[in-house]
Design a protein. Structure first.
Length: 266
């Protein structure tokens, strides 16, 4: 089912438990404007509220770029003053933070360039799959831009402080193979195989018990925090909810009956 969006430069659809969101600005390598960030926020809110959507996949149109960052052609109209910069940053963080905190698993399907805000977007996802022709970079130091603590922390949690500094200090492009060695992406696949691989992975996740998947996402998030700030009671509660669910009964019965389980998320 196709979703109506506020701009044709953002596309969204739902199919068999998967929510697909596509940045559709291929003539500018899927550079993102303010109106696109606003549409992305609305799309993700819809996916988050729909119990039929169990997995979300982000992609870029055209096959040449995932997201190449902010649309620099819009800087004069959207980021030319301190007030405009603050408004723009607040909007992007609503998308980044909302995506990062989503209870549902999110996969970034990366084909081609993943630059600046594209890297920031990808680091908010749970899994990153890219094609072998993909490239990654954060050119902030060439533009005089600043990156806030939240975005830097999300990146550093994946690749560590040394690689984070290298990405920012050099502002150069990194290959897909380098990104995999850093831990920035989960897998690198040949061109032409990424979409089928991601679709299969998303279908596998969507078929699993939603409460278990959600609990693991939340618990991993707590595990990444300093020990003193972890919500261990929440983790215990999430585990208890899994064992007390109808899905746990369904999973046991399906195993004994040698059939695929039909999980309902309750």
């Amino acid at each position: 089912m196709e979703l109506a969006t506020t701009t044709p430069k953002m596309q969204a659809r739902k199919d068999a438990g998967i929510g697909w969101m596509t940045f559709n600005n291929p003539e500018r390598h899927n550079a993102v404007s303010m109106e696109m960030w606003q549409a992305a926020e609305s799309i993700l809110a819809d996916f988050a509220e729909d119990p039929e959507v169990r997995v979300i996949v982000l992609s870029g149109a055209g096959g040449k770029a995932f997201v190449s960052g902010a649309d620099i052609s819009k800087f004069e109209s959207e980021r030319s003053s301190a007030e405009a910069v603050a408004a723009y940053n607040a909007q992007t963080e609503r998308v980044y933070g909302g995506l990062y905190r989503l209870a549902k698993p999110v996969i970034a399907m990366i084909e081609g360039h993943c630059i600046g805000g594209g890297v920031a977007l990808a680091t908010c996802c749970d899994i990153r799959i890219c094609s072998e022709n993909s490239s990654f970079g954060i050119p902030a130091a060439r533009l005089g831009l600043g990156y806030g603590l939240k975005g830097v922390s999300r990146l550093m949690s994946l690749i560590g402080p040394s690689y984070t500094k290298e990405l920012f200090f050099t502002a150069r492009r990194f290959t897909a193979a380098e990104a995999e060695r850093m831990g920035l992406v989960n897998r690198v696949l040949p061109r032409g195989e990424v979409q089928d691989f991601v679709a299969t992975m998303a279908q596998e996740i969507a078929a699993n018990a939603p409460l278990t998947v959600t609990s693991i996402k939340r618990i991993v998030g707590e595990a990444l925090k300093d020990e003193a700030t972890r919500d261990t009671a929440l983790c215990d509660q999430l585990v208890a909810e899994c064992f007390g669910s109808q899905d746990y009964i369904e999973g046991r019965r399906a195993f004994l009956e040698k059939r695929k389980p039909a999980f309902q998320g309750r």
